[in-house]
Design a protein around this ligand. Structure first.
Ligand SMILES: C[S@@+](CC[C@H](N)C(=O)[O-])C[C@H]1O[C@@H](n2cnc3c(N)ncnc32)[C@H](O)[C@@H]1O
Length: 346
């Protein structure tokens, strides 16, 4: 994720912007920044977990309505069949698992703003550490950021004798929703599309005047498999998916990656007004032994779609990243990142 300051700064640099686009929206930082400024926005992402979280960033509902929907689903649910395998018996207590299955099944058929918010709340509480005091997560002991692989997790719980405890799902939903929605700004219209950016852009009708985006960094793993439990909750299979279909990062070589980015800039230009601003944050892992600045500039040049590069500079680092860099020595500076600003030919 890039820090909120990056899209906020781009919005400040383009005060006449009316509609904002992020063709690699991830968890929706750009969309949220646009919302804070009262602008409508569109985001596209091929990862269902990212798209579901981004969608919630555009949603304005009350915590009470989220709790009411969850309660309604839980009260009307009948027995759901749990996926097979030891993992499920060790990860969730039986009653908690039944609640989870009921919410998963019902939410797949619901497309209201409240359902979008409840879905995002569920993704946030699905797994995590067991804290002291009131529980914040539904699972047995697990990291919060990624889901452990089933065989590893089961072994971990068994060797430590960690049995899953009953966690009342509705209470955790209530606490999370109240915290999340306490100071939510009023939402502007906007939409998140789940899919490939080029395919989706070609189907869009709106036009944009500000694009703020960050394509997958070159040489970075996609982490799709780390999100397997969240993907399952959204309707995916109950096991770790090892493919990462459609992910631009999966291109076979650097030239193909540059071409894929060029196609995105072309499709973006087609959906932008003349004079539109394009701000890209891009990076590469040192292990990829390449210059991200060169890569991103050649992708813009290759696209030949009227984007004129106005500025290139090292990516600003947020105060939080600076603190992390200090704490972990070199870790914070391990990625070479650049910001490129372009403008669409008038
Ligand atoms: C660096 S992340 C964006 C992070 C985002 N700026 C945020 O703040 O959360 C890049 C995103 O591009 C998405 N992506 C990769 N290939 C894509 C494609 N072909 N079409 C649309 N999105 C894609 C990935 O799923 C990932 O979420």
């Amino acid at each position: 994720m890039f820090p909120l300051e990056f899209p906020l700064q781009q919005l400040a640099e383009k005060p006449d912007a009316t509609r904002v686009l992020d063709p690699f929206c991830g968890r929706g930082t750009t969309l949220y920044a646009a919302r804070l400024k009262g602008l409508s926005s569109v985001g596209i992402d091929i990862n269902p977990v990212a798209a579901a979280i981004a969608q919630a960033k555009l949603t304005y509902v009350t915590a009470a309505s989220v709790v009411e929907l969850a309660n309604k689903i839980l009260r009307s649910s009948t027995d759901n069949i749990a996926p097979e395998g030891e993992f499920w018996q060790w990860c969730y207590e039986e009653e908690t698992l039944q609640e989870l299955l009921a919410l998963r099944a019902s939410l797949q058929g619901l497309n209201t703003p409240t359902a979008a918010m409840l879905r995002a709340v569920m993704l946030g509480i699905l797994h995590g550490p067991q804290n002291k005091g009131l529980p914040s997560y539904l699972s047995n002991q697990m990291p919060r950021t990624y889901a452990s692989k089933p065989a590893y997790a089961v072994k971990f719980w068994k060797t430590r004798g960690l049995l899953p405890v009953r966690i009342p799902t509705l209470d955790v939903i209530r606490r999370r929703a109240e915290r999340l929605l306490k100071a939510a700004p009023v939402a502007k219209s906007g939409r998140v599309y789940l899919g490939d950016s080029v395919d989706t852009l070609q189907r869009l009708r709106q036009k944009f005047d500000l694009v703020v985006t960050s394509p997958p960094y070159y040489g970075m793993r996609t982490y799709v498999s780390d999100q397997w439990l969240r993907s399952w909750f959204l309707g995916g299979p109950p096991e770790v998916p090892y493919g990462s279909a459609g992910q631009i990062a999966r291109q076979p070589n650097q030239q193909a990656f540059i071409q894929a980015l060029a196609d995105v800039w072309t499709a973006t230009a087609d959906r932008c007004h003349p004079g539109a601003r394009l701000a890209i944050r891009f990076g590469a892992l040192p292990s990829a032994r390449t210059d991200p600045e060169e890569m991103i500039l050649s992708s813009i040049q290759l696209s030949g779609s009227g984007w004129l590069v106005k500025d290139v500079h090292p990516a600003g680092i947020s105060p939080k990243q600076a603190r992390q860099a200090e704490q972990f020595g070199k870790a914070g500076s391990a990625i070479d990142e650049v910001d490129v600003i372009a403008e669409l030919n008038q």
